[in-house]
Design a protein around this ligand. Structure first.
Ligand code: AN0
Ligand code: CP
Length: 320
């Protein structure tokens, strides 16, 4: 693996899941691998889990870690070519990324979409420029359209906890929110689940209100539903997440009633486990009774971020 920006960078998802679970058993088995290697984690947006789990994953592999909070501590970056920089931006991405590449063997980058222009966000303009100018392998810490470390974690968590004989039914369920959130987490989750479905590991359904359909490039083979109760019937895993509209780009269309998951809604499921990438707004996006109840996997899932990140960094180090 030369970079980790989406499921398409991964040769064998089953092997990567197995590697993550093996690291969970033996976290310090490869401490020599990262000796004298440095990872730089560059954040243009807030983070709790991604920041801490990726730092710890790198430390477990013996790497040095540097964190740059670009949004608060870095110079304001220009991304467009051919502009006279006589406004608010101080440094061009061409120099900034190239310089960070001088100090680091691997770079991680978090850069959310602006949710203004579908074309700009879905071209991954900023992310791709960073990759091409920094000159070292890049790990996505969440880009405009994807969050692959989260999605790998989610597949690890499902694989680890599923004890059934038949394939599990996994449902991605839209949930309410007051803010316009990116489609990165659901896009990426869907992309990984669709790949897992192709490999016969699970069955995958997406349920959302009309108008919240994801970009179809990310949903090949997914069953699509608009009825939450129907979609949840017999579900083994429910992945709760809000996202803003893709069609009416970046908009919070309406605030439909009845889309927050409650214990009542769990009754039609196969005692489904409930997942969420976090952070979650209690009793808006997901009910406290579910979050605090026996079906919630959210803390276990967040714990697994470490092993997913460590598996990815291990593969990148082996390919340096
Ligand atoms: C972000 C999102 O939905 O993409 C990050 C999730 C990991 N969430 C919020 O902004 C609340
Ligand atoms: N799930 C996740 O990526 O959390 P953070 O935004 O806190 O990193």
């Amino acid at each position: 693996m030369k970079q980790f920006t989406s499921v398409h960078d991964v040769e064998d998802i089953k092997a990567l899941v197995a590697a993550a679970l093996a690291l969970k058993e033996s976290p310090y088995a490869h401490q020599g691998l990262g000796k004298n290697k440095t990872i730089g984690l560059v954040f243009l947006n807030p983070s709790l889990r991604t920041r801490l789990s990726t730092q710890k994953a790198a430390l477990n592999l013996g790497m040095n870690v540097m964190v740059m909070n670009m949004d608060k501590e870095g110079w304001a970056l220009e991304t467009q070519d051919g502009v006279v920089m006589n406004g608010g931006t101080v440094e061009h991405i061409r120099e900034a990324a190239a310089v960070m590449g001088q100090y680091c063997d691997i770079l991680g980058l978090r850069s959310f979409p602006k949710l203004q222009s579908k074309e700009e966000d879905y071209s991954e303009d900023f992310f791709n420029k960073f990759i091409s100018y920094c000159g070292v392998p890049v790990v996505s810490l969440e880009s405009a359209t994807r969050h692959p470390l989260q999605s790998l974690t989610d597949l690890v968590t499902i694989s680890e906890t599923w004890k059934g004989v038949a394939k599990p039914k996994v449902v991605l369920a839209w949930a309410p929110h007051i803010k316009a959130l990116p489609q990165a987490v659901p896009n990426s989750f869907s992309e990984w689940m669709c790949k897992a479905q192709q490999e016969d590991l699970l069955d995958f359904t997406i349920v959302q209100p009309k108008g919240y359909e994801l970009n179809e490039d990310f949903t090949p083979g997914a069953a699509i539903s608009y009825n939450l109760d129907e979609a949840l019937e017999g579900a083994d895993y429910i992945y709760v997440k809000n996202w803003s509209s893709y069609k009416e780009y970046g908009k919070v269309l309406t605030y439909p009633e009845g889309w927050m998951l409650t214990n009542e809604k769990l009754k039609g499921t196969n005692d489904a486990k409930v997942m969420h990438c976090l952070p979650v707004r209690r009793d808006l996006e997901l009910s406290s009774e579910v979050l605090d109840g026996p079906n919630s996997l959210v803390i276990h899932e967040a714990g697994n971020r470490l092993w997913a990140a460590q598996a990815v960094l291990k593969q990148l180090l082996e390919n340096l």
